[in-house]
Design a binder for this molecule. Structure first.
Ligand SMILES: [Zn+2]
Ligand SMILES: [Zn+2]
Length: 241
């Protein structure tokens, strides 16, 4: 950070002290959580499934796969998530997704960066999961794309906003079961600028990994159109106990 930006930030923090985005307590660092809220987020760290990143509750040898990945290989090569989706971490995700809280983007990008470190060396291009244009207009921005762009800047990896498209609007998947989610997104995505993904390893960004239906559908169309590998990085992951 340049000298002038550092001075500007210090003066700004003095006038408007930074607050924890969840509990609104004063914090020392801008774009940071307070220690109490930080400790309540269940960050995902090893041991986890080498393929889909699902955390294990006990120690296992490295490179172990979870039951689902042993049964059937996912379409993507690897997926990682920063933390478990629960009622507490939802306080970070939902305001960013639905309520215009774009000021959360730097914090969320830092958390994504931390979770995706082992994917960056193999990644050629970062893209976000697209929203249908009507939903994009309603929400004002695509939260996955905002994160993808910021992560690309931070990791010095190329980014493109116009590769995947939503060909049709899908019903909100909030309470849908896995099979319904799969049906809901089948054939929902299209590709533009296909030449940009040929033989490239793509890192696909989304906010929440729930059943993997959206991610698998996006991966399928990227691979069908020439991508070499698809890696997935999400902020949160739904883990069924
Ligand atoms: Zn807090
Ligand atoms: Zn797995």
């Amino acid at each position: 950070m340049s000298f002038f930006r550092t001075v500007y930030r210090t003066v700004l923090d003095f006038i408007v002290p930074p607050l924890c985005p969840i509990c609104k307590k004063r914090v020392l660092l801008t774009h940071g959580l307070c220690s109490e809220c930080f400790s309540k987020i269940h960050f995902i760290c090893r041991p986890y499934c080498e393929i889909c990143g699902k955390p294990f509750e006990f120690d296992i040898p490295e490179e172990t796969r979870c039951g689902a990945c042993c049964k059937k290989n996912p379409i993507f090569t690897k997926a990682r998530s920063a933390f478990i989706y629960d009622s507490f971490s939802a306080k970070l995700i939902l305001p960013f997704k639905h309520s215009d809280h774009l000021e959360l983007a730097p914090l969320l990008t830092n958390l994504l960066y931390r979770a995706g470190r082992d994917l960056f060396s193999e990644t050629d291009l970062i893209i976000g999961v697209p929203l249908h244009r009507f939903r994009h207009i309603k929400r004002k921005y695509n939260q996955a794309d905002v994160l993808a762009k910021r992560l690309a800047e931070k990791s010095h990896i190329p980014y493109h906003s116009a590769i995947l498209t939503r060909k049709r609007a899908t019903i909100s998947q909030g309470h849908m079961k896995a099979a319904d989610r799969k049906r809901n997104v089948a054939g929902a995505f299209g590709i533009k600028n296909k030449h940009l993904i040929k033989d490239k390893n793509i890192l696909l960004i989304d906010d929440v990994f729930t059943t993997g239906a959206t991610i698998n559908e996006c991966s399928k169309i990227l691979l069908k159109n020439g991508a070499a590998k698809v890696f997935v990085l999400t902020l949160a992951r739904v883990v069924k106990l």
